[in-house]
Design a protein around this ligand. Sequence first.
Ligand code: AMP
Length: 125
Amino acid sequence: MSVANGTPYDEGNIFARILRGEIPAKRIFENEHALAFHDINPQAPVHVLVIPKGAYVSMADFSANAPDALVIGFWRAVGEVARQLGLEEGGYRILANAGTDSHQEVPHLHIHIFAGRPLGPMLAR
Ligand code: AMP
């Protein structure tokens, strides 16, 4: 079982439920490794989440425990989603929260993709 900081993966988390098709999401990309969908509370004109198809709490968990093919396939999917959304010209930001200090809310690894306006400094000062 995947764990991060001693916390086991919660099969009931909201992204696990989206992956299982139990609740809807505005899906924009899917392959064997990843699913991408619009964030329900967008923080930029484009705010998309990309999640791996597997039970991984965070980047720490995923990088330590996921099979190589999934790690490669997932990161290729992140780039592919940005390409398909036409974000390369204007630019975009990717971000992943992990653990308490980052304010990670959903305990399934997800990469945020933000774009569509000048995004300003990387962190609030
Ligand atoms: P984080 O703080 O990095 O864990 O981000 C969690 C993100 O998931 C937030 O940006 C939420 O708006 C988003 N979110 C929560 N529930 C849903 C949902 N059902 N569909 C799409 N995005 C969601």
